[in-house]
Design a binder for this molecule. Sequence first.
Ligand code: ASP
Length: 590
Amino acid sequence: MYRTHNCGELRIDHVNQEITLSGWMDTSRDFGGMTFIDLRDRYGITQLVFNMDDDAKLCESARKLGREFVIRVAGKVRERSNKNPNRATGDIEIEISHLEVLNAAKTPPFTIEDNTDGGDDIRMKYRYLDLRRKKVQQNIIFRSNLAIAARKHLAEQGFIEVETPFLIKSTPEGARDFVVPSRMNPGQFYALPQSPQTFKQILMVSGLDKYFQIVKCFRDEDLRADRQPEFTQIDCEMSFVTQEEILNTFEGLTKSLFKTTLGIELADFPRMEYDEALRLYGSDKPDLRFGMQFMELNNLAQGKGFSVFDNAELVVGICAEQQAAAFSNKDIKILTEWMQRPQIGAKGLVYVKFDENGNVKSSVGKFFSEEQLKAWGDQFGAEPGDMLLILSGEAEKTRKQLSELRLEMARRMDLMKAGDFKPLWVVDFPLLEWDEDAERFHAMHHPFTSPKKEDVARMLDGDHETMKSLKADAYDLVINGAEIGGGSIRIHDRNLQSRNFDLLGFTKEEAEDQFGFLLGAFEYGAPPHGGIAFGFDRLCAVMNGQASIRDFIAFPKNNQGKDVMIDAPATIDQEQLNELNIDLQKEKID
Ligand code: ASP
């Protein structure tokens, strides 16, 4: 037998029992007559003791063990004289009578501990060693718990899990497809799904009523810290539902996941219209852990001779509470330079400080009287000690810049508290987005999203300008400034779907060619339906207060989209290329 117990299991009650453990050699300490070894497995660490006086040969063998050797030991549990309250097994240790090396190990290229000395690249190359680290294992275990909790909750609500194919035809979710050549159909390609969107809608036409799937999706995008070319969604769809019912159902799922995996009871989620989110926070995914709502100052700040403001479409600011003293001129200079970096592109940053004695200090003190500046403060409801930060310029751009500033201030003021969760439904998204450069509409969510009932007639008959004002039954779930989920009520009527394709610039033939199956299905009794998909990796990260989804994926890709452990992507041999009818030489010349 390899083990009677695991390395996290033994307690004071086990004292005097003869046990067997197997695991990895974590650390060893030599004290002349005694050798201590920490034995590690997924469940924890147990201290082993080898005593020179009892068995010199055994003790010698123990001293020869290297880090990460896989061993099996047998011995007797005894109470420790020097207890370790920080460890679950800290009350006991094992007096070893038998040691067997199951497998030797080379010295690992980095230390297997929370604060490892290994950089990103080396840890990715030796991911199997990285995954031995407790921190990383806990993330993967959390992910497993979350998936199991989601399945359980959804099954209890009557959802059924259906697998949809990976080898499909392009679904437009706004990214590039990964494609797979078909050997049996020379010159033809499958696309990997960007999401199971059309399939889940077809399942509704089939009458399955409530579908879910924890499913891989593939999008060939440039990578950012929180993006991976393959990622996982909790994908859901329901029939005969209104937006209201969907929001309630998936608010229920989210609450249940927080409760079962973190023991946290979330209060009811507030809702905010998309337009309002942009007006108050300059973002459709505002972080509500802190205030600093936007306040527009056009009425007070314009027409007073300060040309920068006078020429701006929008003058808008935030109020940072009790920061007048905290931010010196030098700090504000650094903040201004941060805002002027090309990534953000602000021209300048205006501040107004209200100190504890009622004095006002501002970078535009020359242009505005104290009275006028105090009136700005009143507009914000500013208290003594507060500081206003104001930007101006073209409205949309300025709001985006101020949104970045709001987040940066929250970081500097330490307002993004771990363990504080502020979910929010953002609703009433526009249906279509006009792309100035390409001179065409894009679907704000995706082409299957339904306009609001009251906008259907306008969508069918309206002119170009009208299309810009159509609202959709589309919603996002945002938690702490991260988009966790998004979905919509779908179009289930062939005519309306055709009209949408038309507005999105598809010719009749293109629409038929790409989505004929869906349009066809709509002619055979498609029920009203809608759904949502949660970004599962991101949900894991946000629930653990972390920014990167990579730490919650067992085998993630790096920034170049590579898996450096298996060395993928890679070239394939000529024979395989021939079979697939791919002529790389020809492709290059063309
Ligand atoms: N398929 C959508 C997405 O991947 C989600 C949905 O509309 O249900 O974002």
